[in-house]
Structure formats: C-alpha cells, structure tokens
Design a protein around this ligand. Structure first.
Ligand code: DGL
Length: 278
C-alpha cells in the first residue's frame, strides 16, 4: 500500500465534511476521496441492513480506487454496521460514535443529553456505548429526525432550524443536562446555534477532531502517513498541496454548492461522477 494513497471518507451527505475538515487540518498532506451518499440519505431513517449495503458498496469502490484507510464519517453508519464492514475489509476503518464518554467526564450535574438520528439511538452498539460509559450519569436520548434535511439545505441560521433546535434542546436543559453530545456529524454545522440556545453553562461535545487523531494514530501504526508532499513552507502556512476528490450519489450541482459553502472555492476540489456513488 502506497503512503501517497488517498484516505476514503464517506457519509450520507455533507455531515462527514466536518470530519474531513478535521482530517485536513491535522493531516495537511494527505489526499482525500470523499463520498456523499446523498442519493440514499438520510441514513437515520433506514434499516441497519440497508445502511450496511451502502457502506459495503462505497467501501468496495474506495478500496478499488486504492485508498489506504476508510473513515466512516457518520454516527448512524458506524453504530449500525461498522463491525460488519471491518470483518469484510482488511484496511484501517475508523468510525465515529457519539461522545458519551467525554460528555460523562465533563458533566458536573451528572445529566447528559445526546442529540442523534433516530437510528443511532436505537442501535445495540449505541446501547453498549451508553452502558459502558454512563456510570452514575443520567444519559437522555434526543432523536432529531428533521434536522439533517435542513442542514443539507445549508439552512444553518434559518428560523426553522432554530425553532427545531429549541424544541430538541430545551427539554434536555429542563431535565438538568449541562452537557450535550452532537451525535451526528451533520450537527457540527449548527454547533454555534446549539451552543447559543443551550447557554454558556452547557458544554457541547463534538468528536471530529478525536476521529482525525485516531486516523492519524492508525496510519502511523501501519506506517502509512504520507510524507512525500510535505515542505516546511506548506506546513507553516497550514495549506495543502494534496488533491481532494469528491463524489456524490445525489445531484452534483447541489453538492458543488454545498462544497463551495463548506470546503472552499470550486478550484480547491474535483467533483466527479463515478460508479463509486451509484
Ligand atoms: N451524518 C450522519 C450521522 O452522523 C447521519 C445523517 C443521516 O441521517 O443520514 O449520523
């Protein structure tokens, strides 16, 4: 496996771009190959089997394209089926799970709220995570079914989204939650509104940088870090010479607009149509 090979990252849509941003920040000279499975979103309302079929399909194409590691940048997919995916493919596969452990550690009131898709909160993997790390804390689950489509529409600061966020967050605060877990990668894009609604005394737990660090650790362990493109100048500027390629199973015009809002101007990425995302 070449160290210059890309890192594959996928999600049901744009949520995983928050993880890709963290990877880009921590590993500036790795190339990224990102798949937004927008034609099959939202995962949060699909069955585990359906989600696994999509994970398998995307991972098969990513590995055929030569990636050296895969990041499942989606809590729903990770909790639904990452164990099955790992059993199928020999390369490092890094997932993202709701940050229950750091939330319990951060909470002073002993009450933690978890915002996530309905699917994530129903999975046995999430139940195991909560059993393992809740300890004496009370962990309140808050499914947020309508949030992902509004975030996909880039309506981050709309009245609609604020009203919806309030309806999800206020009952958690009323029950004494002082820590909120963003258990869906899409929610990172409305983290500021969540923090604003929750107020200054509430901690917000995000996991994308922890995922990037875990990826870095796994690449280092397998001696797969790319050192070819590093120059001191590029490192100092925090810029990247790496080429990032994006695919979508949805509408490429919409994804292009989303990328220009969340990634960079059109000359900073390649957006391709490929059977990877069928
Ligand atoms: N971004 C995904 C997650 O982290 C879910 C979005 C969806 O429902 O498709 O769970």
């Amino acid at each position: 496996m070449a160290n210059s090979a890309a890192i594959g990252i996928f999600d049901s849509g744009i949520g995983g771009l928050s993880v890709a941003r963290a990877v880009r920040e921590l590993l500036p000279n790795e190339s990224l190959m990102y798949v937004a499975d927008s034609g099959h979103a939202p995962y949060g309302e699909k069955t585990d089997d359906y989600i696994y079929q999509r994970m398998d399909h995307i991972t098969r194409h990513l590995t055929a394209a030569g990636v050296k590691a895969v990041v499942v940048a989606c809590n729903t997919a990770t909790t639904a089926a990452i164990a099955r995916l790992r059993a199928q493919y020999p390369l490092p596969i890094i997932g993202v799970e709701p940050g229950v452990k750091p939330a319990v550690l951060a909470s002073k009131s002993g009450v933690v709220g978890v915002l996530a898709t309905p699917r994530t909160l129903l999975t046995p993997a999430f139940a195991t995570l909560t059993q393992r790390y809740a300890g004496q804390a009370k962990v309140i689950l808050q499914p947020c079914p309508q949030l992902v489509p509004l975030i996909e529409a880039l309506a981050f600061n709309s009245d609609n989204i604020r009203a919806l966020l309030k309806s999800y967050i206020q009952p958690l605060l009323a029950q004494g939650a002082d820590t909120l877990v963003l258990g869906c990668t899409h929610y990172n894009f409305v983290a500021d509104s969540i923090a604003d609604i929750a107020g200054p005394d509430v901690s917000i737990i995000r996991t994308e940088m922890a995922v990037a660090r875990e990826l870095q650790r796994r690449l280092a362990e397998a001696d797969l870090i790319n050192t070819d493109l590093i120059t001191p100048d590029l490192m100092n500027k925090g810029t990247s010479k790496a080429t990032d390629i994006f695919y979508t199973s949805g509408n490429t015009d919409i994804f292009s607009t989303q990328l220009q809002c969340l990634w960079g101007s059109a000359d900073t990425f390649s957006l391709l149509q490929h059977p990877i995302a069928d």
